[in-house]
Design a protein around this ligand. Sequence first.
Ligand SMILES: C[S@@+](CC[C@H](N)C(=O)[O-])C[C@H]1O[C@@H](n2cnc3c(N)ncnc32)[C@H](O)[C@@H]1O
Length: 235
Amino acid sequence: MSAAGRVYGIGVGPGDPELMTLKGLRLLRAAAVVAYPAPEGGDSFARSIVAEFLGSHQIEVAIRVPMVPERFPAQEVYDRAAAELGGHLAAGRDVAVLCQGDPFFYGSFMYLFARLAERHTVEVVPGVSSLTACAAAARLPLAARDDALAILPAPIPEERLAARLAEVEAAAIIKLGRHFPKVRRVLARLDLLDRARYVERATLASQRVGALPEAGEDVPYFAMILVHKSGVAWR
Ligand SMILES: C[S@@+](CC[C@H](N)C(=O)[O-])C[C@H]1O[C@@H](n2cnc3c(N)ncnc32)[C@H](O)[C@@H]1O
């Protein structure tokens, strides 16, 4: 019987393939199976980042996750994916799971980790997260000295977003998409609009960086707002 395979949760970085780690690339190339999250009817962002490194001999497993706020359909998807990957592991095949950015920074890899780590050998390979990529793109250090930096998901209710933002010196507001008008209102209320920087699709050719889009403009999901209450962290 062959030895059981191993799982590698590989952070593939924010978008530019050159921002993948050497370790992630080595393990990706060596894996017999490559799994990645993908929308129900579309291409996987994580896969697109590493497409040039994939070999035709590798078995690909797309984990199609429904984009709904409820946890349950997605949890079933991860149950099924863990069972499918478990079959490959039992057959001695190593599995690389691609994770856009870093696997443990709001990464869906954690749901597979929770299902696989007790019974299989799982290694988490950190990646360059969108947080640090956006700071670099905006040329805006995130925080300094004793600053508290909050990561605030835009889907949280407006009052909670405002209260959390009021408490810290600096923040990154993620998962913008259709929640952008609410975030803009909160920033205006706290008089932070001119301190906020907007970064869209950091490190890709389509990257956009600048002041906040106008109210009413559509913004994509892969966008983030960085704000430091001093304007810049070094002040
Ligand atoms: C579910 S989180 C996943 C984060 C990812 N695991 C990471 O380490 O960057 C998705 C959010 O990250 C941010 N994001 C990811 N990639 C980005 C990019 N290239 N440019 C701007 N924001 C990005 C967006 O705010 C997006 O809504």
